[in-house]
Design a protein. Sequence first.
Length: 91
Amino acid sequence: MDNDDFTLEKKALGNRVQELRLKIIDPSSNNPISQEELGLRAGTAKKTIGEIERGVTNSKFETLLMISKALNITINELFHFDMEKYKAKRE
């Protein structure tokens, strides 16, 4: 496996988290929730959410479970992304 650091997978997961976060509208501002707000809801730091969205960290499964719960989705839904488009970008 030439992708032993899972760079593409981390980027795909990060984009998925960001995509889902941006779909949640904060009723007080009528804007998507921020990384900070998602972090508060998930019990983690804004910095962690940012690192996940950029695909630069190896997230603990527990953190991903908390994020999926904060997004009101299943962990399965969190991992529902198309790896083919990331593989195509690399080629």
